[in-house]
Design a protein around this ligand. Structure first.
Ligand SMILES: *Cc1c(COP(=O)(O)O)cnc(C)c1O
Length: 477
C-alpha cells in the first residue's frame, strides 16, 4: 500500500523487527537535535522542559498535553527573521505560516520577533487580529476564499492577498471595487499563485509538466500569465508579485533551485509579454525539521544565502532586476519547539508473524491530537518521560485510544521493556500540524497547550471540556 507522505510516497506496511530502528543503548538519552533546546533530564530521570519536569506538568494540566519550549520557538522565529539580513538589496520578508499552529501567544511571539503572518482562512485572520496583529503584517492564502473572507481581508488592510484562481479573481475584483466605492481605498495588493510543476520532498524533488493539484494558476497552460494580465488591467487591484509553494519537509536546496529557475522564467515572460516588472517573488514554506535521526535539516543561516544566490543568479542570467523575496516557514518555526506528553494505559504484547514480538503501548490521546502518522505515515521520536529505565528495550508501537486500528502515534519505537500503565511518554517535534489538525473524534476533548520558560508554565490554550464539545449540540442546549 502506498500512502501520501509529506516526504514522498512510502510503503505504509508493517515494519518487521529487522527493519525497525536499532535499539538505543541508553533509553533515556535525548537527541539534542530532535528535542527542544531546553529539554533535559532531572536528577530523578524525569524529562524537563525549561526546568519544569513533565511529571509536574502532567499533574497540573492533565494529559495529553502539548508543551512548548517558548524560548526555543521564539529563537527559531528570531533566526528566520534575521537570516536574510543584508543578503539581498531588494529585501526579504519572512511570514510565519499560521496553519502550522496558531494561538494568540504564538501570533504575538512571532510578530514580536519580526516575522509577518501568513493566514489562510477567516478564522486564522480573525484570531490574528484579535491577538493584535495588524493587517499590514499579514498575507492571506487559500484556494477557495469566500466573498466574506476576501471582504474581511480587504477591510483589515491585509498586505498581500494571494489569488489562486480565476473565480477568485472575479470575487476579489468585486470586493475591491466595492471597497473602492465605499472607502476610496488604495488598490488591493495581490500576489498571483503559480503552479510551477515542481514538487519537493525531503531529499528529492520532482519536476513535472503535470500540475494535477488544486493550488494556483498553471504555468504550462498559460493561465498564470492570463491571471497576471487580469490583475494588471484591473484598476482596483495592484500586482505585488508572484507566489509559489513547492512542498513540505524539504531538506535540500535543489527543489528551490528548480522552482526559482521556473519562477524567474515566468517573471521574464511577464516582462516580455506584458511589459511589467514583477516586484516580489514569494517561494512559500516547506523547510524540513528533524522528527527522527533520519532527518537532517539545514540551519536557516546556512540555507538563506543559498536561496538568495539561486534567485540572484537566475535574474542575472535573464537580465531582470532582483525581486523582493518572501518565504513562509511554518513547521520549521513551531515544530521542533513542542512535545506531546501522554500517560500510558494498556500495555499489550503481540507476537509478530515470522517470529518476534511487538508491544502495543496505548496512550490517552492518539489520532485526535496527532493525525500525521495516520495521514502521512509520519515518523516520530518517543521517550519514557517520567523516569529513566535500564530495562532492555523492546520493540513497541505507541497507539492511541480511538476506535480505529490506524490510530498510531509512533509506528516503531524502542522503549524500555518495563514500560507500564501510569508511565508518561513524550513525543518530540509535535508543534506543527498536530494541535492545529486536532479533532474531537470519539468526542475526546482536545488537549491543552502549555508554554514553559525559565521554570514557569503558562497555559496557551486550555484543555477543552465536555461542555465546550456539547455546546453546539442543539438537543442538549
Ligand atoms: C503549508 C504552507 C506553508 C508552510 O509550510 P511548512 O511546511 O509548514 O513550512 C507555506 N506556504 C504555503 C502556501 C503553504 O501552503
Amino acid at each position: 500500500m502506498t500512502r501520501a507522505h509529506p516526504a514522498g510516497p512510502r510503503h505504509g506496511d508493517l515494519l518487521l523487527p529487522t527493519s525497525a530502528p536499532t535499539p538505543p543503548t541508553d533509553a533515556g538519552e535525548l537527541d539534542r537535535l530532535t528535542w527542544p533546546t531546553h529539554a533535559a533530564r532531572d536528577a530523578a530521570g524525569a524529562l524537563t522542559i525549561a526546568g519544569v519536569p513533565v511529571t509536574q506538568l502532567a499533574d497540573t494540566f492533565g494529559t495529553p498535553v502539548f508543551v512548548i519550549d517558548a524560548e526555543d520557538l521564539r529563537s527559531r522565529a528570531r533566526a528566520y527573521a534575521h537570516a536574510f539580513d543584508g543578503l539581498s538589496p531588494a529585501g526579504v520578508d519572512v511570514y510565519y505560516a499560521g496553519k502550522a499552529f496558531l494561538a494568540s501567544a504564538i501570533a504575538r511571539w512571532v510578530t514580536a520577533e519580526g516575522l509577518g503572518l501568513d493566514v489562510c482562512s477567516g478564522g486564522e485572520l480573525s484570531l490574528a487580529r484579535r491577538a493584535g496583529v495588524p493587517g499590514e503584517r499579514m498575507l492571506f492564502h487559500g484556494n477557495n476564499k469566500s466573498l466574506a473572507e476576501l471582504r474581511q481581508a480587504v477591510h483589515e488592510g491585509v498586505s498581500r492577498i494571494v489569488v489562486d484562481s480565476f473565480d477568485e479573481l472575479d470575487r476579489l475584483a468585486l470586493v475591491a471595487a466595492e471597497a473602492d466605492a465605499a472607502e476610496a481605498t488604495v488598490p488591493v495588493p495581490v500576489l498571483v499563485r503559480v503552479t510551477l510543476g515542481v514538487e519537493a520532498h525531503t531529499h528529492e524533488f520532482i519536476a513535472t509538466a503535470h500540475e494535477d493539484q488544486k493550488f494556483g494558476f498553471s504555468l504550462a497552460s498559460g493561465s498564470a500569465l492570463a491571471a497576471v494580465r487580469r490583475v494588471v488591467a484591473d484598476p482596483h487591484l495592484r500586482l505585488v508579485g508572484v507566489h509559489s509553494h513547492i512542498g513540505s519537509q524539504i531538506f535540500v536546496a535543489s527543489g528551490f533551485e528548480v522552482a526559482a529557475h521556473r519562477a524567474v522564467g515566468f517573471l521574464a515572460e511577464v516582462a516580455s509579454q506584458l511589459g511589467v516588472t514583477v516586484g516580489e517573488l514569494n517561494l512559500g514554506g516547506g523547510l524540513g525539521i528533524r522528527y527522527t535521526e533520519a532527518d537532517t535539516p539545514l540551519d536557516i543561516s546556512e540555507i538563506a544565502p543559498v536561496l538568495v544566490r539561486i534567485v540572484a543568479e537566475e535574474c542575472a542570467r535573464r537580465d531582470l532586476p532582483m525581486p523582493r523575496l518572501a518565504f513562509e516557514p511554518g513547521r520549521a518555526i513551531v515544530g521542533p519547539s513542542t512535545i506531546t506528553v501522554y500517560r500510558v494505559g494498556t500495555v499489550k504484547p503481540r507476537s509478530l508473524e515470522g517470529g518476534g514480538r511487538r508491544v502495543y503501548v496505548s496512550v490517552d490521546g492518539g489520532m485526535s491530537d496527532n493525525i500525521r502518522t495516520a495521514l502521512y505515515d509520519a515518523d516520530y521520536t518517543v521517550t519514557l518521560a517520567n523516569r529513566v529505565s535500564l530495562a532492555p528495550p523492546v520493540l513497541c508501537r505507541v497507539v492511541g485510544k480511538h476506535c480505529e486500528s490506524g490510530d498510531i502515534v509512533v509506528r516503531d519505537a524502542w522503549l524500555p521493556g518495563d514500560v507500564t500503565g501510569g508511565d508518561l511518554l513524550a513525543v518530540a517535534a509535535t508543534g506543527a500540524y498536530n494541535r492545529s489538525m486536532a479533532s474531537n473524534y470519539n468526542l475526546v476533548p482536545r488537549p491543552a497547550v502549555v508554554a514553559v520558560a525559565d521554570g514557569e508554565a503558562a497555559v496557551v490554550v486550555r484543555r477543552e471540556t465536555l461542555d465546550d464539545l456539547f455546546a453546539t449540540d442543539a438537543g442538549l442546549a
